[in-house]
Each structure stands twice: as structure tokens, then as C-alpha cells.
Design a protein around this ligand. Structure first.
Ligand code: P5A
Length: 415
């Protein structure tokens, strides 16, 4: 992508409204723009990262056997009355009326819609188990939308739901999802932890949260440095903890995933039943599994940045390589850059090519701000020796290589 025509308006100064680093850097690097409080436009750079996260999530959901569907954002309030959640959810539920004065809401989550779908289309135990998921925008009228994508009002979630004939079987589905989540967070290249959690307003029996560790996280986690034990302090019962205090470590986390064993919390009030092998009506046992797709983008930045900008993990980077032409007006330089750009693309690399007529200072500052893992700079001096300079954004190390040669770690990752 040629940066001269790429819609990535960067900002030099720190925007006053941004209190946390991810919000600041997403605005400054031209990834997002606010439309209204807690609601954002995703510009090309931001959307690219969002789609990378989405793809990893989708691949692992499909691999775990879950099937993708797409439910509507607008939901009839009647089904929320069936579960009593129209009251319980309170003012976070954005309600609206249609022209016939019927009540609707914007979906903050989809337990009711999916339970309704399943009860109307499944009759026998033979049709179970299955898992359905979607990647879709949610709306929660948060009291204090803040920190950019971290706590938005409209945000992108992956929500998955499992349907089983018994609690035992529902636990098996829960475990399948738990493992899929571990694979997802490993693949995202983030430092993360799974902790025991409170099931809050979604309800159900037990639940686990997945956190990206970052000093700016709003949750406090306590975990055993030598064992499995890990909890969110919201749930921590210090007196009943069997792990010796000296082995416990505290860390701040950003909740990016949350899974719940719901059992019949929704299927019982909504009468979602199937006929058992003995011909009796049995209530379907459910689980629900959420990932904050847009929040992951913010959390990844909270964990991976320095004073100059974002440092993307390779898996999430909008582009693998930022190719910088130091002298836009030098014909030889431009020709060498154009050729390298074409070659890298032909090899399957995703390249952002800074071909703008701007000063070297601005180009370097923007490259650090945007945070692609590798910066490849071509200038008249290096060109004399037939070389380009490669800089690793994370380590800051630079190496001069003959034109067309790639740093080893990058070369081995060629598509
Ligand atoms: C699980 C799937 C649920 O809604 N129902 C369907 C269950 N769980 S949850 O914990 O309430 O949300 C799942 C994840 O969504 C992210 N999230 C948010 N992201 C950005 N802005 C928000 N306001 C917001 N609220 C929730 C979190 O990552 C959460 O774990």
C-alpha cells in the first residue's frame, strides 16, 4: 500500500481526550476516529488489525467445531421479558420503539435471541450437541464509556453458545471452548492469563476470564507462580486459598474474554427443550463464550508500545514491513524503492510503502508510531553500496543488507 494515497491521517500531538496509551496511539496513528462517545470509525489501518484478530478467532472457532452464524443487532424486547433480563440489565440496555410502538433493544449480547432460535428449530436430543457463534457489533450504553476501544458503547464481540443434553455434556463443550480460547490467545502473540471469575449479570454456574496482562489493566489478578491457581480478586477468597502467600503474585489485567457455564439459566425460563431418548421433555443445557475483539486491539497496544508508538506483535501488525523512501525526490532512490516494493509484494509480504513527499524526521516518527515490526529504509547513501537499512521495531536493532535481502527472521516468515 502506497502511503501517499493511504487514508491514515496521523496526529503529532497527544489528543486531549485520550487518557490511556492505546487510545492515544490509535488516534495518533490514524487507526480510529470517534463518532460520538464510545462509538468509533475504524480507518483502514485499524480495520486491518481488527480483521487479523477476527481471522484468528474465526479459524480457532471453526477448528473447535463451532458453526458461524450472524444474528441481528436489533432484538424484540419480548424475549428479554421472558428471562427477566429487561429489568436486570437496566439502563445499559438501549431501548427503542418502532413505528408500531413495539419495543426493541440494541443487542448487548445474544443469549435470548439464540435460545429462541434453537427452541424453535430443535426437537430431539439427537440434534444435540452443537455450538454456534458470530462476530458482530454489540451495543452497551455504558455509564462511563472510556479509554477508547477498551470500554466502548458499540464494540465488536465474538459470542459463541453451546447446546447439550446434560450438564455433564455441557461441561465437555465448555472445556472444548476453554482450550480453543487458550489457542487463540497464544496465537495472538500476547502475554495472557486465564482466571476463575464471577459470572456477573450474564449468570450461570462457573466462569473463567481471559486477561491480557498490562499495568494499565482495570482488574487485579492473583496467581500462583508455580501452579495453576489464578483468580480475579473480585472473586478472591483469601482465607480459603491453599497456595502459600509467598508463591502468589499480583498483576493487572484487561479482560478480553469471558466464558460461562450457563446450564439452564436461559433455556429453563424460555422453555428450550428437546425430547430425550426416553421420550421425555428435557431442558437444553447451555454455555456462552465471549471475546472482546475490538478490546483486544487496545489491550495489545497497552502491552506493546514505547514512548514513540505502537510495537505490533507480528500476528496483529497491519503490515509486516514499512518501506521508507528517505528521498522522495531522488529518482534513483524512488526507482530502487519502487522495485523493492514490487518484489516484496510478489513474495507475499504485506508492505506499507512511505512514498510521500515528507521529511525524513516525519517519516521515521510515523513509522515508529504505526509500529510495523520491520522498517526498511532506502536513502542515497546506502544506495551507493546497494544496501537498505532494516530496523527491528521491537529491539531497535538495525542492520544493513544488500537490496532485496531480508532479515533472517522475516525471510523465514515469507508467505
Ligand atoms: C459471553 C458471550 C458476554 O456478553 N454473552 C455472550 C457473554 N460476556 S461479557 O463478559 O459481558 O462480554 C464478553 C467480552 O466482551 C468484551 N466487552 C467489551 N469490549 C469493549 N467495550 C465494552 N463496553 C465491552 N464489554 C464487554 C470483553 O472483552 C468481555 O470479556
Amino acid at each position: 500500500m502506497r502511503q501517499s494515497s493511504y487514508f491514515a491521517p496521523t496526529i503529532k500531538e497527544n489528543p486531549a481526550e485520550a487518557q490511556v496509551v492505546s487510545h492515544r496511539l490509535m488516534l495518533r496513528s490514524g487507526m480510529i476516529r470517534q463518532v460520538t462517545s464510545g462509538v468509533y470509525n475504524y480507518l483502514p489501518l485499524g480495520l486491518k488489525v481488527l480483521q487479523k484478530i477476527e481471522n484468528i478467532v474465526r479459524e480457532e472457532m471453526n477448528a473447535s467445531g463451532a458453526q458461524e452464524i450472524l444474528m441481528p443487532m436489533v432484538q424484540p424486547l419480548e424475549i428479554w421479558k421472558e428471562t427477566g433480563r429487561d429489568d436486570k440489565y437496566g439502563p445499559e440496555l438501549l431501548r427503542l420503539k418502532d413505528r408500531h410502538d413495539r419495543d426493541f433493544c440494541l443487542g448487548p449480547t445474544h443469549e435470548e435471541v439464540i435460545t429462541d432460535l434453537v427452541r424453535n428449530n430443535v426437537q430431539s436430543y439427537k440434534q444435540l450437541p452443537f455450538m454456534l457463534y458470530q462476530i458482530q457489533n454489540k451495543f452497551r450504553d455504558e455509564v462511563r464509556p472510556r479509554f477508547g476501544l477498551m470500554r466502548g458503547r458499540e464494540f465488536l464481540m465474538k459470542d459463541c453458545y453451546s447446546f447439550d443434553v446434560s450438564v455433564e455434556k455441557a461441561k465437555d463443550s465448555y472445556e472444548i471452548m476453554q482450550k480453543a480460547y487458550c489457542r487463540i490467545f497464544d496465537r495472538l502473540g500476547l502475554d495472557w492469563r486465564m482466571v476463575d471469575a464471577d459470572s456477573g449479570e450474564i449468570g450461570g454456574d462457573f466462569s473463567h476470564e481471559f486477561h491480557v496482562l498490562a499495568s494499565t489493566g482495570e482488574d487485579t489478578l492473583i496467581f500462583d507462580t508455580e501452579g495453576e491457581y489464578a483468580v480475579n480478586v473480585e472473586k478472591h477468597d483469601a482465607d480459603n486459598c491453599s497456595v502459600p502467600a509467598e508463591r502468589l503474585k499480583e498483576a493487572k489485567g484487561i479482560e478480553v474474554g469471558h466464558i460461562f457455564l450457563l446450564k439452564d439459566a436461559y433455556s429453563a425460563p424460555m422453555s428450550a427443550e428437546v425430547l430425550s431418548d426416553e421420550g421425555k421433555n428435557i431442558t437444553i443445557q447451555m454455555g456462552c463464550y465471549g471475546i472482546g475483539v475490538s478490546r483486544i486491539m487496545a489491550a495489545a497496544i497497552e502491552q506493546n508500545h514505547d514512548e514513540n508508538g505502537i510495537i505490533w506483535p507480528e500476528q496483529l501488525a497491519p503490515f509486516a514491513i514499512h518501506l521508507i523512501n528517505l528521498r522522495g525526490k531522488d529518482e534513483e532512490c524512488a526507482a530502487a524503492c519502487d522495485k523493492l516494493y514490487a518484489d516484496l509484494k510478489a513474495q507475499g509480504h504485506d508492505v506499507l510503502y512511505d512514498d510521500r513527499e515528507a521529511g525524513a524526521g516525519q517519516k521515521f516518527a510515523d513509522a515508529d508510531l504505526i509500529g510495523c515490526p520491520w522498517q526498511c529504509t532506502i536513502g542515497p547513501r546506502g544506495l551507493k553500496n546497494g544496501e537498505a537499512e532494516w530496523k527491528n521495531r521491537r529491539t531497535g536493532e538495525t542492520v544493513n543488507l544488500p537490496l532485496g535481502e531480508l532479515p533472517q527472521t522475516l525471510g523465514s516468515k515469507a508467505a
